[in-house]
Design a protein around this ligand. Structure first.
Ligand code: MOS
Length: 753
């Protein structure tokens, strides 16, 4: 695997620093939510509904209650009512964020298979598991709808989707007239299997009460989101709930919204008067943490003979839950990628017997861009243009949706760099052969929005008299390396070596920042950390200037630099002193500052997107239906790179997830039972090392002065979008057949897709 990183920076920011938590993770010292040892710890096991729709007619827990070690069996008959079901809000807001506006075990209705119907608490996990099998539940089953084909005729157009944040219909110009007048049209339906996140760490919460105060160890993308959601559900002031989540072992959106289990763990702990650990099984993760919904997208492109787009119509149909109008926003970025005056995007939903779908790895962009970029490849063929040239011809200098200029761009350079890295000029020649393998090249453009939080982001920085610092914000490291990156940002702003700086997160007792979702963590938190650390440095410099005992007494603060913890005159570096000397001389044990950053207003006169380009080389055996991705080359323009190593890892991981989306991932529903048929890692395929091709990650430098103080646009998800269409387009190049379904399977290659 190769990479071109930005030129090494002078200070800590940008350097390919190893993870500060790497040692703790590989030695097992890092503690996850289901590993917290507590005196008197008890264990809870969930029982899920066997039917997808209906009612509980009887629930008999006597035998379970009598089983050895059992402390409580909670059902809708004895759990008690929740205080209030908070509204659905993306957890980016940093407040309440329930996974769905339904809470189980409040009544006898069953809305989806696997819905929690009982919770068994015992003194050991094994005893709780055993007793959970003794809970007898009888159901009156009703017909269910779980797949598009069962509910097509009852689809409706919601006013808004995505927790109300995105309108159900978006239009500009006159798409009908423009399609009628277009020289060329491409019109197809694209289908997508449902997907599940499958992080390595399954969700878990450990809860205990001390009087009326609750402590929750949760595996989450945002401790504050858990705190506020559980507070609302339990009717307990959030100030009495502390949520700790130091490490999260992968998430991909499954821990962005707060699902039912942390609140259930808290309720169970209150009931038994002891700490309760509630860890979901892998199978339960398929019904208790949301999923990417099955979907169909109908895309129509209209263009002139020159390949310039004149019309884009994009309709999506997908199942949602009985409670919420949720769809991932697949039409978003696909409608903003290219200049196109006439546009119509429409979401349609089907009420289905599943949990509310949720964010999952590049939610919306990854599917919407598959339809768009596959259709663009076909358009290139129809107008006889190189696919790369077609993209450049439709390049948009501003956001076609809002008309606002991009705060920074880089798409053109990404397209050119990616083409260079994959050797795109080879595509002009007839596809190559390697024995039975036909070789194809494909490409796609990609983009991901730059999301900002709604509330100010805060951090705290403290310097001790020994010259070391601790900097804090409530962010959780979900595997991205944010603890490392924030250490670098803090060290740079304070003028300290990274070894003397420690960053702490993952605790609601720390200054509040929004959840790590939507690729926004690095941008948001670095802004707050930078503000706090800079404020502390200014405070220390001001103290030195005011101190008669300091060599810097009376100097102009603006003329002072700090390097390696030493404040010096920029023009006379021999004059100065260490932070530590200043504090020790004055008998000051520590000094502290907080900093906050408010995001740009939503009506700011620019639009922000992280752009990139994806290229794939595949080998296809058309007789056996095999596809092997040999190379992926991605070029991205994510703004300031805070750590060359972790940024590259994020993008490379995203690209491999893109390969996974293209060729592997599918959760199959059994409509007869309304249950997911392959709810295990044995049958839900995710890529392993042997599936990973040669991955080339390349950076295009762009400066963005408006998204946040450091110009960080995010690398969490843009690496995934565009990979699946690049692979599908490469397959078309190799064998001459279009793939319009994900994942692409052996059958699709053999039968013609
Ligand atoms: Mo990420 S799928 O936006 O949590």
């Amino acid at each position: 695997m190769t990479t071109t990183a930005p030129a090494p920076a002078e200070g800590p920011v940008g350097r390919p620093l190893d993870r500060v938590d790497g040692h703790a993770k590989v030695t097992g010292a890092a503690r996850y939510a289901a590993e917290v040892p507590l005196p008197g710890l008890t264990h809870a096991v969930l029982v899920g509904a066997r039917v997808a729709h209906g009612r509980i007619t009887a629930i008999d827990s006597t035998e379970a209650e009598r089983a050895e070690g059992v402390l409580a069996v909670l059902t809708h008959e004895n759990l008690g009512k929740i205080a209030a079901q908070p509204p659905l809000l993306p957890s980016l807001a940093g407040s309440v964020a329930p996974g769905e506006t339904f809470f189980p075990m409040q009544g006898d209705e069953i809305h989806y298979a696997g819905q929690h119907v009982a919770l068994v608490v015992a003194d050991t996990y094994e005893r709780a598991l055993y007793a959970s099998r003794l809970v007898r539940v009888s159901y009156a089953e009703e017909p269910s709808v779980t797949v598009i084909d069962q509910g097509r005729d009852q689809a409706y157009e919601p006013e808004a989707i995505f927790a109300g944040f995105i309108p159900g219909r978006t239009e500009r110009g006159d798409v009908e007239a423009a399609l009628g007048a277009a020289d060329v049209t491409v019109d197809h339906t694209f289908t997508f299997a449902a997907n599940h996140h499958n992080p390595i760490e399954t969700s878990a919460a450990t809860a205990y009460w001390e009087g009326d105060r609750l402590t929750l160890h949760d595996t989450t993308q945002g401790v504050t989101a858990t705190q506020h959601t559980v507070a609302a559900l339990l009717g307990v002031p959030h100030t009495r709930i502390r949520v700790i989540g130091h490490f999260t072992g992968g998430s991909f959106g499954s821990k962005a919204m707060v699902w039912h289990h942390p609140a259930l763990a808290a309720l169970a702990a209150r009931k038994v008067g002891r700490p309760v650990r509630l860890a979901l099984t892998r199978e339960q993760m398929f019904v208790a943490c949301g999923h990417r919904e099955e979907q169909e997208q109908h895309l129509t492109l209209g263009a002139g003979k020159d390949g310039r787009l004149v019309a884009l119509r994009h309709h999506k149909l997908s199942p949602t839950s009985p409670f919420d109008h949720w769809a991932e926003p697949s039409l978003g970025v696909a409608g903003q990628m290219y200049a196109c005056p006439n546009y119509e995007g429409v979401y349609r939903l089907i009420r289905a017997n599943t949990t509310t779908p949720t964010f999952m790895r590049c939610p919306g962009e990854a599917t919407g861009l598959f339809a768009l970029e596959t259709a663009m490849d076909e358009l290139a063929e129809l107008v006889d243009l190189d696919p790369l040239e077609l993209r450049l011809r439709n390049y948009s200098e501003s956001d076609p949706a809002s008309g606002r200029p991009w705060s920074s761009n880089g798409l053109r350079e990404c397209l050119e760099r990616g083409a260079e890295r994959i050797g795109w000029e080879r595509r002009a020649a007839p596809p190559a052969r390697d024995g039975d393998w036909l070789i194809g090249l494909g490409m796609a453009a990609t983009a991901y929005p730059v999301y900002g939080p709604n509330n100010p982001q805060r951090a705290r920085a403290r310097l001790y008299a020994d010259g070391t610092a601790v900097v804090q914000a409530a962010v959780t490291d979900i595997g991205t390396g944010i603890l490392t990156v924030m250490t670098q940002v803090a060290a740079e702003a304070l003028g300290l070596p990274v070894e003397r700086c420690r960053f702490e997160g993952g605790d609601t007792d720390l200054p509040n920042v929004a959840a790590a979702v939507g690729s926004s963590g690095a941008g948001m938190v670095s802004a707050a950390v930078h503000a706090a650390a800079s404020a502390l440095r200014e405070q220390l410099v001001a103290r030195a200037v005011a101190d008669e005992g300091s060599p810097l007494h009376g100097a102009d603060p603006a003329a002072i630099d700090v390097r390696d913890g030493r404040m010096v005159l920029r023009d006379a570096p021999g004059t100065g002193e260490d932070y530590a000397a200043l504090l020790q001389r004055n008998f000051v044990p520590d000094v502290e500052a907080t900093g906050s950053w408010g995001p740009p207003p939503h009506d700011a006169p620019f639009a922000s997107m992280t752009f990139g380009a994806q290229f794939a080389e595949v080998a296809v055996d058309p007789v056996l239906g095999l596809v092997r991705v040999r190379r992926l080359a991605g070029a991205f323009a994510p703004g300031r790179v805070l750590n060359a190593k972790t940024a590259r890892s994020q993008l490379m991981g995203g690209m491999i997830w893109g390969l996974s989306q293209a060729l592997l991932e599918a959760t199959h529903m059994e409509p007869a039972t309304g249950r997911w048929a392959n709810a295990s890692l044995g049958e839900y395929l995710v890529p392993v090392n042997a599936d990973a091709p040669d991955v080339d990650v390349d950076f295009i430098e762009v400066q963005d002065t408006v998204v946040n103080p450091l110009g960080v646009k995010g690398v969490g998800e843009v690496g995934q979008a565009g990979v699946a269409p690049a692979i599908a387009n490469a397959i078309h190049h190799a064998i001459g057949r279009r793939m319009r379904k994900l994942p692409i399977t052996i059958e699709d290659i053999v039968s013609g897709g």
